[in-house]
Design a protein around this ligand. Structure first.
Ligand code: FAD
Length: 504
């Protein structure tokens, strides 16, 4: 990195490239830095990635967008969390909801922690997570999470959207902030004597030169992995899925504002509501099922065996690069790594990478001083997400295929996840354990409690004892009445989408 940095080239115009362009323009727009995004007209974007987490809302607001500016144009709907279905065969735990926490939950989460903790210790309490969260009430009742002005609590939510349309929208927005755009296919990066990227060659014999490069070329990772040779550490020994088959279905007028993830024989299917369609995608391992059989299983699951709509098939690799920022190049998006999309964390990783990079560059006065610290921080975040996703598989109880048997409890786990699981089953405080290991770098304790409690990693009904009055201090009926009372303030999802559309 150069103290007198004058130009940045962002190579790749998928969602990652355009998020990076907008954030860099926002933070460094007044620094007299020329920002150009270069995109190949011949290499398409991946075109999946339709679910988000709440930080996307923060990003969109940060760059100055209102929901009425972008939601209707990107076929977007609201998202309050994810329902996981058929991952566990434990009676009563075949389904659970992982919410995006919002302020009203502050009153009910202590009861969840209490019940979950004592249930682990063998007291006969109900520790199933869904019932403790307003998001679940909204999802069930198909209400949008947008609070009316007189509602005294802050809400927190994500979105579903068409990723190609969001990319186009962010492109227009970045152009308004002075980001230049150029179409060219880069064939090679020429390095200088220090091994830094000097300039790029294109297929039309043109050269493109900048002081700093952002690699957002997707799985190709043209600059960071290919040109600079930064190693990629795969985690396919822990996460087996490497493929997806994707299929649209007809939209619903008032969809439930959540993603639904249903486990099938060789992986799981997402169902994401957009205003124009449902996006459905079966994420599976090609080592256990061939592509045609996976497509047929998805068609059967969707009741579309005879439909002539074509499915799209994709391959992906899981893992992360060893350094996200190397020499004068920062990788963002799929070029820096990918953990399968079970919790829709990829765009959040893009935002975090760019935001922390800007912070590190500013702090180091545009030198490499904080590069190592930055790289460690982003890698830790990747690994924390990986452990959470791996945990989904290790605690599953399906035995219907080799896939689930191999992915189950006997599969490989990191030492940090092993310690956490040990803490859980031995009744220790896992909030402390998460902090000790910095495993809450991404998912907080409540998410881990949802995952482990939601899949029923508790003593069974036969193993528990009644417990004293103090153990039963929370009245679940009262909590249910409170959450239902809160939900009365919210509009049906379809109505809120109409309000947003009309305001556009
Ligand atoms: C099956 C699946 C499901 C997913 N679901 C989710 C989800 O629910 N939520 C979520 O947050 N994320 C999800 N993701 C991840 C998400 O799709 C990506 O993080 C997001 O789309 C960003 O992709 P990208 O911009 O890194 O790459 P891409 O979309 O692949 O864009 C690459 C860009 O680089 C350009 N390019 C490549 N090579 C060159 C070259 N040599 N010269 C010039 N330009 C070049 C291309 O033209 C393109 O513009 C999912 C991913 C997969 C595989």
């Amino acid at each position: 990195m150069k103290e007198d940095m004058k130009s940045i080239v962002i190579l790749g115009g998928g969602t990652a490239g355009w998020i990076a362009a907008n954030l860099i323009a926002l933070h460094w727009g007044d620094r007299d830095i020329d920002i150009t995004l270069v995109e190949s007209p011949d290499i398409s974007i991946i075109g999946v990635g339709e679910g988000s987490t709440p930080p996307l809302k923060i990003f969109l607001e940060l760059i100055g967008l209102k929901e009425s500016d972008w939601m209707a144009r990107c076929d977007a709907t609201y998202k309050v969390g994810i329902t996981f279905r058929d991952w566990s065969t434990r009676p009563g735990f075949e389904e659970y909801f992982h919410p995006f926490l919002c302020q009203p939950d502050e009153f009910s989460v202590p009861a969840f922690f209490h019940n979950s903790f004592l249930r682990r210790k063998g007291v006969d309490l109900d520790g199933h997570p869904s019932q403790f969260f307003l998001g679940w009430e909204l999802a069930k009742e198909r209400l949008a999470p947008v609070a009316p002005p007189n509602f005294p609590f802050e809400m927190n939510y994500g979105y579903h959207f068409n990723s190609a349309l969001l990319g186009e929208f962010l492109q227009d927005w970045a152009a308004k902030r002075g980001v230049k755009y150029k179409q060219a296919t880069v064939t090679d990066a020429v390095l200088d004597e220090r091994g830094y990227i000097d300039y790029l060659k294109t297929d039309s014999e043109e050269t493109i030169k900048a002081d700093f490069y952002v690699d957002s070329t997707g799985f190709r990772s043209q600059l960071l992995q290919q040109a600079l040779g930064v190693p990629f550490d795969s985690c396919e020994d822990m996460l087996f899925n490497d493929s997806a088959v994707v299929f649209p279905t007809e939209p619903e007028e008032n969809p439930t504002p959540q993603t639904i993830s249903t486990a099938l024989k060789y992986g799981w299917v997402w169902k994401i509501p957009l205003t124009s369609r449902f996006g459905n995608g079966y994420v599976y391992s090609s080592k256990y099922v061939d592509d045609d059989d996976a497509e047929m299983e998805l068609r059967q699951h969707l009741g579309l065996v005879d439909s002539d709509i074509e499915a799209r098939k994709l391959r992906f690799k899981v893992g992360r690069v060893r350094e996200h920022w190397a020499k004068n190049c920062l990788a963002v998006g799929l070029s820096q790594g990918f953990i399968e999309p079970l919790e829709a964390t990829a765009l959040d990783m893009v935002q975090e990478t760019v935001a922390r990079f800007i912070e590190a560059a500013n702090k180091g006065n545009f030198t490499d001083q904080y590069r190592d610290e930055f790289n460690q921080r982003i890698s830790r975040r990747f690994d924390a997400v990986r452990d959470y996703i791996v945990c989904h598989y290790r605690i599953n109880t399906r035995t219907d295929t080799e896939y689930w048997l191999d992915a189950g409890p006997k599969g490989k786990v990191s030492s940090s996840l092993r310690e956490l699981l040990t803490a859980w089953v031995s009744g220790k405080n896992i909030t402390d354990e998460l902090e000790r290991q910095n495993l809450d770098a991404y998912f907080p304790s409540v998410s881990w409690n949802c995952l482990l409690g939601g899949k029923g990693i508790y003593p069974t009904d036969e193993q528990v004892r009644p417990g004293n009055e103090l153990a039963h201090k929370y009245d679940l009926e009262k909590i249910s009445r409170y959450l239902k009372g809160c939900a009365l303030n919210f509009k049906p999802h379809k109505e809120q989408l109409r309000v947003v559309r009309n305001a556009a």
